[in-house]
Design a protein around this ligand. Structure first.
Ligand code: 13P
Length: 234
């Protein structure tokens, strides 16, 4: 399974290092899990990791360097050998106002450089309430301008109403959306939204779920390791 932790705006540089070192130690005896950690930009650093532990950026601007106040580019990522990036996360779309056009531009830039991209999609509550057809229509709009044949692409379906709310999508919800997306795009597909120790095994066992992208429940290293343990044989 692919298990990813999105730190969002949590952890310091020091606690990020502690987290990564503990997870890395754990993975020395688990080569089956494919693990990703997305620290804050200030938590990025040079990390010695086993091959199935990947450190990525939560965000970066589509530039090598330049005048984009508050942003980072590949010059900063290259310093730490970062070649993985999260693009299209719902908080960047809905809280920070990134448009599909900006997201597509970012995607094309990082694709060109061969980055591994975890690309997020998901619908807000008012769309979910209109039914599956509208949900899929909304989700497909989030693929406009995105080359879904890209070899280093992992998708993450994260319904906005399930993120950080404690409300997880039902098995049926996940199955419906995942099988529809998989029918169109043959890429690994993670589920995200209130995944935790108590539900991760059940979620990862659903057809067409290739892993989980986790926020809140992944920030405690012991819990994240439990999550990795619980899913390694699925
Ligand atoms: P939570 O696990 O806190 O719901 O967040 C999910 C998420 O947004 C991961 O990217």
């Amino acid at each position: 399974m692919i298990i990813a932790s999105n730190f969002k705006t949590n952890h310091t540089r020091k606690s990020t290092r502690e987290f990564i070192e503990v997870v890395n130690e754990h993975l020395k005896t688990d080569s089956k899990s494919d693990v990703y950690v997305f620290p804050t930009a200030t938590g990025l650093d040079e990390f010695e990791t086993v091959s199935n532990l990947n450190i990525g950026a939560q965000n970066a601007y589509p530039t090598q360097k330049g005048s984009f106040t508050g942003e980072i580019g590949t010059e900063q990522l290259d310093e730490f050998g970062i070649k993985t990036i999260l693009i299209g996360h719902s908080e960047r779309r809905h809280v920070l106002g990134e448009s599909q056009e900006e997201i597509a531009k970012k995607y094309a830039f990082y694709k060109e450089l061969g980055y591994k991209i975890i690309y997020c999609i998901g619908e807000p509550l008012e769309v979910k309430e209109q039914g599956l057809e509208q949900t899929l229509e909304y989700v497909y709009e989030q693929f406009v301008g995105i080359d879904t044949n890209y070899e280093n692409l992992i998708l993450a379906y994260e319904p906005v109403w399930a993120i950080g709310t404690g409300v997880t999508a039902t098995t049926q919800d996940i199955q419906d959306v995942h099988s529809a997306i998989k029918g169109k795009i043959d890429k690994p597909l993670l589920y995200g939204g209130s995944v935790k120790v108590a539900n991760v095994a059940e979620i990862c066992a659903i057809d067409n779920v290739d892993g989980a992208l986790i926020g809140t429940a992944s920030w405690v290293k012991e819990d994240f390791i439990k999550i990795i343990e619980l899913t390694k044989d699925i």
